[in-house]
Design a protein around this ligand. Sequence first.
Ligand SMILES: [Zn+2]
Length: 284
Amino acid sequence: MDLADCGSPERLIQTILRHHPDWTPPVPIEALAAAVNILEIKDLDTTSFEGALLTDPDKSQGIILCRPGVPGGRRRFTIGHELGHFLIPTHVGNQQCTQSHLSERGFSTPAQRREAEANRFAAGILMPKPWFERDADGLGLPEASHLRKLARSYDVSLEAAANRFVELTSTPCAVVFSYDGLVRYARSHVRFPRLAVERKSRLPSDCATKVRANAGIAEPSDWIEMDGTIWLQHEWGRPSPRVLEQVLRQANGHAVTMLLLADDPTDDENEDEDDMVARWNPRF
Ligand SMILES: [Zn+2]
């Protein structure tokens, strides 16, 4: 397996998967690390970082370190992230990565871009796109319970599975991660309308996650339909779509809220297309 010429995380992942056609989820990330010369994976002796990579200047071999006491799924993501730093040719030297590095998606600075690339590698190798797309859509319309199933099957955290789900499902949806009534962050499908919530803001006062405090504790709540203005940015001149909300509460005040559009947006797209045809036809 020649990984030296693979510049991007996606090329690396493609090459690795082509070399292992027999793999099924969960991907054996520790065996992969050993196969590319990671000599050891062990605990850090500090809790200041989530993960670290010790390597030589040529990156001929390395050691991955993980924060002690981190649950298995999150630990696997950390290993994937550090392995990304080890394998992506433009990342050089030792790395020390914090929790915020492990959720970095920006590309304004070279450091941000490197962390985001390591995250793309971790998500992409632990939840390969073709498998995850097939499994996510195979479960039917989005449901918060699918996130738990996918997290279990790919042996990743619920949060990592939710992020990948929003990225790869074919149905526009969004997830909002909150803790104790405050938004930690939100992720939207590329075709989902823009959310009005911001990091560290309070959950909208009329949303079901806030109003129905006992919903979604053991199992995800029922879908609750509401006015889209509760969650979405208002677009002038356009009525806000109706939104369906479902909440899944985790231990210690954490909640995952899933949002869907109540009406299938593809219907509108077809209507728009019909309008276009009607408007243009007379000219031709
Ligand atoms: Zn990093």
